[in-house]
Write a protein that binds this ligand. Structure first.
Ligand SMILES: [Zn+2]
Ligand SMILES: [Zn+2]
Length: 455
């Protein structure tokens, strides 16, 4: 007999039900035992778990009541029709199968053993894709299929298709996206069992870089007359990505250059500040990628001002440039802590991000929404072997396959919950330690979801 499905994480309320559901919602399942004879009888029963079911450790069961069935054994009395109904709360995991086994003790003949119909556990979450105007979302069917299948057993139900948010090339993730998404959010009634995937262009944070650069410069003697026509060039390697080609207004204001100053410093005597207009500093050695990307600048300083300092003798010294830059650090995807919101970028580092890259990020961020990676405290599951926090990444992640030494990661991560995918080599599946954890997560209280899509 095919087991009847039970969506164990969502409350027993019609709004979570779908037309095609044959099963039931919530952890509480009604099992029925039917004895052969239609008589009032006492029956002892026990819940029988399929050997392939997820198993919780003693410490996990000690931390969260939803990791154990209740009751797992008991006795009851049948009605005059020989039937006994038993209500059991099943554990939180998906992909489990249970049935109830009842036994009527006979003194003179063999005990009568009866079994209930089996029940299979599934979890259900709702999601909505919201697309920024100008961005094309990838097809998420493969991700939905993978989450629905073994070993994850989370059914992802898409609703509210076709909503958009206005174009804005760069977003700073949640502060920017959350309020826009909020007005398009169709799944409020499903909170906290729902989330939005916002498909945006760039997710970037801005930073600051300061560079000081010196070049030898001898001020020629006064008889050298053409100094005003001379331009001194200096090439400066910033080594960080400048905030450029991300926002046209910012580019017009040359906002990648916050400030620039220059001084002539004679070997003997006081330094003399020189005017260095922003227009004298230009992007250099690029763009390095399809849509931009500069980490070098070229300074062209007209020597006119220096001519005022000329004397009968040449003055040996140097020029010092002090520059402050606005820089960009990109993110491929983010999930706002305790917000029902995932943002995925279609570009990073001035390059288009392929659909597989975006989907890889999506799996990772959904992982966070489900509560990955648990730390073994509170109501959480035990931390899997590869659990780590920090170490260059934000939040709780899995380092299986990689090692962190001297502030750097080495090796090949084998888990989608590794903290970053800079090189595009992170697998899009959970490692063998994390997959059983995802299956066991308590999605009746999803650790990464709340009742809000906006900060
Ligand atoms: Zn992460
Ligand atoms: Zn893992």
């Amino acid at each position: 007999m095919a087991a009847r499905k039970q969506w164990v994480n969502v409350p027993q309320h019609g709004k979570y039900q779908r037309k095609e559901d044959l099963g039931q919602l919530g952890r509480t399942v009604r099992f029925e035992l039917a004895l052969a004879k239609k008589l009032v009888r006492q029956v002892s029963y026990r819940l029988v778990a399929n050997p392939a079911n997820a198993t919780y450790t003693t410490s996990e069961k000690g931390r969260n009541l939803r990791f154990s069935p209740d009751p797992s054994t008991g006795t009851g009395t049948t009605g005059p029709d020989g039937r006994l109904q038993v209500f059991v709360e099943l554990p939180a995991a998906g992909g489990d199968e249970f049935h109830l086994e009842g036994k009527k003790h006979n003194i003179l003949s063999k005990d009568e053993v009866v079994k209930s119909a089996p029940v299979a556990t599934v979890r259900r979450l709702f999601f909505q894709s919201v697309t920024m105007v100008g961005v094309t979302a990838p097809d998420v069917t493969s991700i939905v299929d993978a989450f629905g299948a073994d070993p994850i057993h989370v059914e992802l139900v898409e609703k509210g298709k076709g909503k958009t948010i206005p174009a804005k090339s760069v977003v700073y993730a949640f502060d920017d996206v959350g309020p826009k998404v909020k007005s398009q959010y169709q799944l409020k009634i499903y909170d906290p069992y729902a989330f939005v995937i916002a498909w945006v262009e760039y997710i970037a944070q801005e930073g600051t870089a300061t560079r000081s650069h010196e070049i030898p410069q001898t001020l020629p003697e006064r008889k050298v007359k053409d100094l005003a026509d001379t331009v001194v060039s200096a090439s400066v390697h910033v080594g960080e990505w400048l905030w450029h080609a991300l926002d046209s207004t910012d580019d017009l204001a040359q906002s990648w250059l916050t400030s620039c100053t220059c001084a002539f410093i004679p070997d003997v005597g006081a330094e003399v500040p020189l005017a260095l207009p922003k227009s004298a500093v230009k992007l250099d050695k690029g763009p390095q990628f399809t849509h931009g990307g500069y980490e070098d600048v070229l300074i062209a300083l007209p020597m006119g001002e220096l001519a005022k300092l000329q004397t009968d003798a040449a003055i040996p010294g140097k020029l010092r440039f002090a520059l402050t830059f606005r820089t960009a650090v990109f993110s491929g995807g983010q999930s706002g802590e305790h917000l029902n919101l995932i943002t995925i970028a279609s570009k990073a580092m001035w390059k288009d991000r392929s659909d597989p890259l975006r989907l890889n990020d999506l799996v990772h961020e959904i992982g966070h929404k489900l509560g990955m990676v648990p730390d073994g405290t509170g109501a959480a599951l035990d931390a899997p072997a590869g659990y780590y926090t920090g170490q260059g990444h934000n939040g709780a992640h899995c380092g299986t396959g990689a090692t962190y030494t001297n502030n750097a990661w080495n090796g090949a991560p084998t888990c989608v919950m590794f903290g970053t995918d800079r090189s595009g080599t992170r697998p899009s599946t959970f490692c063998s330690a994390c997959a059983p954890v995802v299956r066991k997560l308590d999605l009746g209280a999803p650790a990464g979801l709340s009742t809000s899509v906006s900060p």
